[in-house]
Write a protein that binds this ligand. Structure first.
Ligand SMILES: [Zn+2]
Length: 414
């Protein structure tokens, strides 16, 4: 076996032939002159073969995967061809994207590593400057997502996240059926979500959305009602429970402010206890709460109402669920607790959409799960400065298209 053949076998360069090799920079770099075995002279736009045009050609270089700490660079002079449709173009390169300076398989590795670790760590593994990795990643993701359209969206979820140390916000739209992120946009509120509906979905796509889930903020509910006429909006049950828990906590805070130092002792340590779901409480904790009946009736009343409300999520018939909810609302109204009244106001406003939960137990749980992953991504980089880098990472890790799979690396096995 000749040296060139051996080298080609070791590097697994398929579909191309090594014509020469050279060690450069005190054996730290391996430069290979290559040429495609077949399928050359194809137009990058239409894939048809074209006539070679004599031109002054310049050699181009592509960085490939590093082997044993040895940087591998591929050299080749792309031919210029005359395509019948597209005119004079440079031939398509099989091992790399059009303007890319790295091979597909290096792109693939960068994506895989960045999914698993921080860009900085990936840069250390790849022995590249972190800025280069970030730059390359940005280009890969931009290329893969360019012209990408959202497909088959039936169940939509919307939520907001914070980044940049909680100072900036982004709106995230999920496909809850496929458990992925379809869109990330800067800002929160009506304008942002409107941008998603106007720019990313066609009228037909909007009509095909059957279910939607979001929190109780007007920006989202009204935008969804406006754009998706056929969708049933279900208020996310986490957000309803959260609002109720906050209302109960408000009662505790009020009492705390009003009571004297001595009396405060009786309601000490209730903060987390009141938040707890009844299923997670120990017997001792429940006894502690029951004791409130004698020591602080208001908090006790609020707590009982909160615990009762949890039964709502177990109903499977809409009529009985509605009955229950109306009875609960009357009881809450009778309690004469101001913060609960505020909660009742929100409840009444979204009643139909909360009741829709009975029809389909749709929650943003999938979205919350994705948010957890996003939080890990965020923490890994200890906060992103701009949304651009952050949304790139979101698309890479939990996006609606598997980015590494979109890179044609099957030509050259890894
Ligand atoms: Zn062409």
């Amino acid at each position: 076996m000749s040296n060139l053949k051996l080298l080609s076998k070791i590097l697994r360069l398929k579909g191309m032939k090594i014509t020469a090799f050279e060690f450069v920079d005190r054996n730290r770099e391996l430069h290979l002159s290559i040429k495609p075995r077949k399928n050359g002279c194809r137009c990058p736009h239409c894939g048809r073969r074209g006539r070679i045009v004599p031109a002054r050609r310049e050699g181009r270089v592509w960085e490939d995967l590093t082997i044993f700490g040895l940087k591998v660079l591929l050299w080749y002079c792309p031919k210029e061809i005359e395509c019948r449709t597209h005119g004079r173009v440079q031939e398509e390169i099989a091992w790399a994207a059009r303007y890319s300076r790295i091979t597909y398989r290096l792109e693939w590795r960068i994506c895989m590593l960045c999914q698993l670790m921080t860009q900085k760590a990936a840069a250390a593994v790849l022995k590249m400057p972190p800025s280069t990795v970030s730059d390359l990643l940005q280009r890969i993701i931009a290329r893969v997502r360019d012209g990408h359209a959202i497909r088959g969206l039936r169940t939509l979820g919307a939520d907001e996240i914070s980044f940049c140390k909680g100072r900036k916000f982004a709106t995230i739209v999920y496909d809850l059926d496929r458990a992925c992120v379809v869109w990330v946009g800067a800002g929160k509120g009506r304008q942002t979500i409107d941008r998603f509906f106007n720019e990313c979905l066609s009228e037909g796509q909007k009509r095909r959305i059957r279910w939607a889930s979001c929190d109780m903020s007007r920006a989202y509910t009204e935008a969804i009602k406006h754009h998706c006429q056929n969708a049933t909006l279900v208020i996310d049950h986490f957000h309803v429970t959260k609002a109720l828990t906050e209302a109960v906590d408000e009662v505790r805070k009020e009492e705390w402010r009003e009571l004297g130092t001595e009396q405060r002792k009786s309601i000490k340590g209730l903060r987390w206890l009141l938040r707890m779901h009844s299923a997670h409480r120990s017997k001792r904790q429940t006894r502690l709460l029951n004791r409130l009946r004698n020591s602080n009736r208001r908090i006790h009343r609020a707590w009982v109402l909160k615990d009762e409300f949890a039964h709502f999520w177990g109903y499977s018939y809409k009529a009985s669920a509605e009955n229950f909810l109306r009875r609960w609302m009357t009881a809450a109204l009778r309690s004469r607790i101001p913060s609960l009244r505020t909660f009742l106001g929100t409840l009444r406003e979204h009643l139909d959409n909360i009741l829709a939960f009975v029809d389909r137990n749709l929650t943003n749980a999938v979205g919350e799960g994705i948010n957890r992953i996003i939080k890990i991504v965020k923490n890994r980089a200890s906060g992103y400065r701009g949304l651009h880098n952050f949304s790139d990472m979101i698309y890479l890790v939990v996006g609606d298209l598997d980015i590494p799979a979109q890179i044609p690396s099957n030509l050259y096995s890894l």
